[in-house]
Ligand binder design. Structure first.
Ligand SMILES: *[C@@H]1O[C@H](CO)[C@@H](O)[C@H](O)[C@H]1NC(C)=O
Length: 530
């Protein structure tokens, strides 16, 4: 028995070895990569070996991804050119480059250095201790590519609960971002999910098809729009220059946190769902011969986001502003956030908000949408939401955010149960992160947070506020802050200080909601202690 098993094992090992070898020799790219490593004269032997190893890894990863149906060429997360030196070396070079940045320029040396650091982190692909303790921030590399062609892509964040159990309350929401080149067509599909999108950039036309009718809406930067589950929709980017970028919140209707697209039109790529049916069913349903059907459902091979001609774009976007809504003004389909009066405004920023009382389509989703335009060098007041979980997406600009969080604690501080037996109450950890275009941050209800714009650019933060009904924003500093409303005695007892001193601190900041931000050195300290 034993010998038989081990013979099997050996055979199996040989088989794998053989498969690997034949694979290596079969793929010209891998061979080319390895050959290149050998010819790098400035590499030591050790570096050459490492280089070859990276070729292998690259190759494996590529196979894995191709197996998963992803296109590589345009995936930012996969520009791992194995010929590039190891990450540490690249980091050193990056730092040297930084010293050549002119002092006092728009791109400061400090900023440059910290960008290098960020890059190193990304390259190594390692989750640092801090990141494991910070499930609230999602960067470029956390996105999964759903569809991709050379003209655009649709990406998703994984299900929130895959990141952390803390997200069980928003398990049924997903974030998705669509990016499409100018003059492109996104082919018709329906989803087993409700979607709400914000146009972060560009302009386009979206068509929605139901059983009885079709409606088209022109969309532009600042618009929000709801697409109900099951609605067949398609889209053109009708601009000649701008990319169309849609930030979406998606709520699946079948399985919590899971959804799929269904393409009817299509052939091999995207695959038409009609192809899943038996030939005789299709023949009967369409009263058409099999070969004709096979031609029809086999033609499209270009993918989900494809180039369209100028005439096609013009035809698909012929409805001018206001869409087909016959009563003038804006169409009922979209709502433009930028066109609203700001609900908060001063020299440090403006806040635009919309909830279901202004835009009925938000009602059953129970989502409110807001956009904070934080002036460069400004910040948002420390505050918390009474019952909404905020999903914030950086639409433009840079900055950082901080949040007080009782759920994650440094491992050295022990588990929460330990804390409870001590009876000292919660301990709050600072969750902080750099914000840059595309960063997604989740801020749970009740958690106090701030966001700060960088010194050289406004920070535009789009927020989907889930669980919006009756939500209130509570400010913790500034002209209207919660603490100032306490009675004198309550202040004295709570702070163990004369109320006058408490008032001096809490009464000093005279602005509301948007403040002048911290000075630069402090700002830097804010997120560099990783
Ligand atoms: C954001 O603020 C800047 C001024 O700081 C202003 O020029 C810009 O128009 C604002 N954007 C929006 C969408 O309000």
């Amino acid at each position: 028995m034993k010998t038989k098993a081990s013979t099997c094992l050996i055979l199996f090992a040989l088989l794998i070895a053989y498969a690997t070898i034949s694979l290596a020799t079969k793929d010209p790219e891998l061979k080319q990569c390895k050959d290149k490593c050998q010819t790098q004269t400035h590499f030591s032997q050790e570096e050459r070996d490492k280089c070859a190893q990276r070729c292998e890894e690259y190759h494996k990863e590529k196979q894995r991804r191709q197996h998963g149906g992803e296109d590589l060429q345009h995936d930012d997360n996969f520009n791992v050119n194995p010929m590039i030196m190891d990450p540490q070396k690249e980091y050193e070079q990056c730092r040297v480059q930084c010293t050549r940045q002119p002092e006092g320029g728009r791109y400061s040396q400090e900023q440059c250095q910290s960008d290098c650091k960020e890059q190193l982190k990304q390259r190594q692909g390692q989750e640092t201790e801090q990141e494991r303790n910070n499930p609230y921030v999602f960067e470029d590399r956390h996105f999964i590519t759903g569809f991709q062609t050379q003209h655009g892509r649709v990406r998703f964040l994984p299900k929130f609960t895959e990141r952390s159990e803390l997200f069980r309350g928003i398990e049924n929401f997903r974030v998705s971002v669509l990016e499409a080149d100018p003059q492109t067509f996104i082919v018709p599909s329906h989803w087993d999910a409700d979607a709400l999108f914000f146009v972060a950039n560009g302009r386009g036309t979206i068509s929605l098809v139901w059983q009885e009718k079709r409606e088209s809406f022109n969309i532009k930067q600042g618009d929000i729009m709801r697409i109900k589950a099951g609605t067949t929709s398609y889209l053109v980017n009708r601009d000649n220059k701008e990319r169309l970028v849609l930030d979406k919140i998606v709520r699946p209707v079948n399985t919590p946190g899971q959804f799929e697209a269904f393409f009817g039109g299509g052939g091999n790529n995207p695959e038409s769902f009609f192809n899943a049916f038996s030939d005789e069913i299709l023949e009967a349903a369409f009263d058409t011969k099999r070969d004709r059907l096979q031609r029809l459902f086999g033609q499209q091979k270009q993918g989900v986001i494809i180039k369209a001609s100028e005439e096609q774009i013009r035809a698909l976007s012929r409805h001018e502003e206001g869409g087909i809504w016959p009563f003038g003004g804006e169409s009922k389909g979209t709502f433009n956030l930028y066109k609203q009066r700001s609900t908060q405004s001063n020299q440090y920023g403006q806040l635009y908000e919309v909830d279901s009382s202004q835009f009925r389509q938000l009602r059953d989703l129970d989502i409110a949408v807001s956009l904070a335009n934080i002036t460069q060098g400004g910040m948002i007041a420390p505050q918390y939401n009474s019952k909404s979980t905020k999903i914030s997406i950086v639409v433009d600009g840079e900055g950082y955010f901080e949040m007080a969080c009782p759920h994650v604690s440094q491992s050295s501080q022990g588990s929460q149960t330990g804390r409870e037996t001590k009876g000292t109450g919660p301990s709050y950890q600072k969750i902080s992160s750099r914000l840059r275009r595309g960063t997604v941050v989740v801020v749970p209800a009740g958690h106090p947070f701030v966001a700060v714009a960088s010194d050289n650019q406004n920070l535009q933060l789009l927020c989907f506020e889930l669980n919006a009904f009756n939500n209130e924003k509570f400010q913790l500093a500034g002209k209207r802050n919660v603490i100032s409303q306490l009675e004198r005695e309550a202040k004295e007892l709570a702070f163990g200080m004369p109320a006058r001193e408490v008032d001096e601190v809490f009464g000093r900041q005279q602005d509301e909601f948007f403040f002048k931000g911290p000075r630069r050195q402090q700002q830097h300290r804010g997120f560099s202690d990783e």
